[in-house]
Design a protein around this ligand. Structure first.
Ligand SMILES: Cc1cc2nc3c(=O)[nH]c(=O)nc-3n(C[C@H](O)[C@H](O)[C@H](O)COP(=O)(O)OP(=O)(O)OC[C@H]3O[C@@H](n4cnc5c(N)ncnc54)[C@H](O)[C@@H]3O)c2cc1C
Length: 311
């Protein structure tokens, strides 16, 4: 397979105009892209907006010399659709497009407003894609965290066909997923939630726009007369280096009335028992746990308010 183009790509985040040389394969369509991946295997790395990959490259954390440019696939893989009881989001949909879709005008999807409007800066939002956010397999991935709260599935395509993988099983380590080298993420989808449900996402950080949160939490709630019919709680990390559900805390909340006392018990007693946090240069583990407790309370009540009609 001939690599047809050699481009100079300047990194989007650098003040100094740095340029790197890569071989870039520009596919005609999805099939062409999948054929290139089949032939080149691990040697060919997909790139969408490049807002994650090029940063890693510049830091020397990822090495490559052949890229598969997914941008030409945007005409077929950039969409937000309601189909057959499912919400379907094309992998090449940018964060701006997700926001522009105004999906959050329906209270069941208000979490998208939180995740997209708090995401980086307008420029990054205009090129960062949903598929890239999931493909990055990074703990502080806002869209992936929200999609986990919706219990979304990842659709992977290769020349051999398509398969659906639950997002909750997709991440296997830091920056490692179940995606095989000849597969592309083509769509994220989840079941349309009921009308008595909503979501929220809260990210806490020192700065807005150019750095990622210390702690991110997203909650999905389904209430019947204040009783928790269903709940999903997702943190940037519960102990593993990727976004995860707080399953035990969810289990505690299910079937209970969402009162101050119940939420206090869930966030202050149950959550810290199942959560393991790390200390790094940005924050101590203790601080992260304290923050997680506070943010969980806020997220649960914010989601409840939304179900009742608040924004
Ligand atoms: C200044 C700055 C601020 C940022 N702020 C935030 C923030 O607030 N919140 C946040 O969540 N992230 C943030 N990020 C990280 C980044 O923008 C996101 O992870 C973004 O969604 C990545 O999407 P992309 O299209 O740029 O992915 P890329 O960088 O192109 O790719 C990321 C990874 O996914 C793989 N990949 C991409 N698309 C596919 C596909 N369709 N199929 C298979 N593999 C694929 C690539 O091979 C690569 O490994 C920030 C980055 C920068 C530089």
């Amino acid at each position: 397979m001939a690599l047809i183009n050699i481009l100079k790509i300047s990194t989007v985040y650098s003040r100094v105009s740095l340029t790197f040389r890569f071989n870039v394969y520009i596919p005609k369509d999805l099939n062409d892209a999948l054929r290139a991946l089949k032939v080149e295997g691990e040697g060919l790395l997909p790139i969408a907006g490049g807002t994650d990959l090029l940063v890693l490259y510049r830091q020397g954390l990822v090495k490559f010399n052949k890229l598969l440019d997914l941008w030409p696939l945007r005409n077929s893989l950039s969409y937000v659709r309601f189909e057959g009881g499912y919400v379907k989001i094309g992998a090449l949909t940018t964060v701006s497009e997700l926001l522009d879709s105004r999906i959050y005008m329906d209270k069941r999807f208000l979490g998208f407003k939180d995740a997209c409007s708090g995401f980086a800066s307008p420029f990054i939002r205009s090129i960062a894609t949903v598929g890239g956010n999931v493909g990055a397999a990074h703990p502080l991935s806002d869209i992936a965290i929200l999609l986990l709260a919706y219990d979304a599935n990842v659709k992977l395509a290769s020349l051999d066909g398509e398969r659906l993988v639950p997002l909750r099983e997709f991440f296997i380590d830091k920056r490692k997923t179940l995606r095989k080298p000849d597969e592309l993420i083509v769509e994220l989808s989840f079941k349309e939630p009921p009308t008595n449900s909503s979501t929220s996402l809260i990210k806490l950080d020192r700065r807005v726009g150019h750095s990622m949160g210390y702690v991110i939490v997203s909650t999905y709630l389904e209430l019947i007369d204040d009783i928790v019919k269903d709940v999903r709680i997702v943190f940037d990390s519960m102990g593993k280096p990727y976004p995860e559900r707080a399953y035990k805390t969810e289990e505690y909340l299910r079937g209970k009335t969402l009162s101050e006392d119940v939420v206090k018990e869930a966030s202050e007693s149950i959550l810290p028992n199942e959560m393991r946090r790390i200390t790094d240069y940005r924050s101590s583990a203790e601080y992260r746990v304290e923050l997680s407790k506070v943010l969980l309370k806020r997220a649960l009540f914010k989601t409840k308010e939304r179900i009742l009609g608040g924004a």
